[in-house]
Design a protein. Sequence first.
Length: 306
Amino acid sequence: MTERVHARAPGKINVFFQVGAPGADGYHEVASAYQAVSLYEDVWATPDDDVTIEVSGPVELSGVPLDDRNLAVRAARLLAAEIGYDGGVHLQVHKTVPVAGGMGGGSADAAAALVACDALWGAGLPTGELLRLGAELGADVPFALMGGTAVGTGRGDQLSPALARGRFDWVLVVSEEGMSTPEVYAELDEYRAGAAPHIPPTPARPAVQPAVLQAIRQGDARMLAAASDNDLTPAVLRLRPTLDDLIDLGLREDAMTALVSGSGPTVAFLVEGEQAALELQVALSAAGHEALHVHGPVPGARVLPE
């Protein structure tokens, strides 16, 4: 058996996110255009008697569970059960994706853990099997495995790769305090129930708009800025109204658009190239915000050489 395996998986931005009405099970059908970006979770897997985990990194970690609630731990246990492996693994996780920030950090941990344990235990599962296991863990896990750019439907886990050309530069502003995804969806349902004239109707069947896919295919940041949208934005802003001022600041400083990533509260500003990203990063940092420059699309979960 290999002594140690290092795997890495990316965080994501939802460059488009449309949400349907809740179903009988309470879950919402969604349509998302995901882009994997250069903010990563690293997982080192070493043999152990049981499945154990330690977590480090520059982000706020107090909300990260270190037991079977952790998605990486669940991923390791699920894979072990799948292949009939009765040993354990110690997972050393280094997080740089904000916790509960709408960027899929926990899902990236799970994806990296699946890939790392698959290599450590010599399972050699095909990609389709890993994607199936990922979908059992959470809606964003399959995309963290796949990476690049993709359209997700259903709960977001039914994936179709999207042809993408070029590079998109983003400036992210992260918050110290994360947000609860169920709370954001509940707020969206309440907002829509108001049925005021300015509230868009709930889509009967969520779909990614063709202009979004065309912009991604052409590598056209301005076209993507015009087409991007996130149905959860009004709910996030109702719960975290201070983000309004942040978005206004970014747009005044020449960001082409501002998106709440997933269920927030991370805000992603799309800019035209690296120089524009640096200038916006400086302006936002000067105003007291933690601003990060990332780019996409990048590859999904993969094993790295030790």
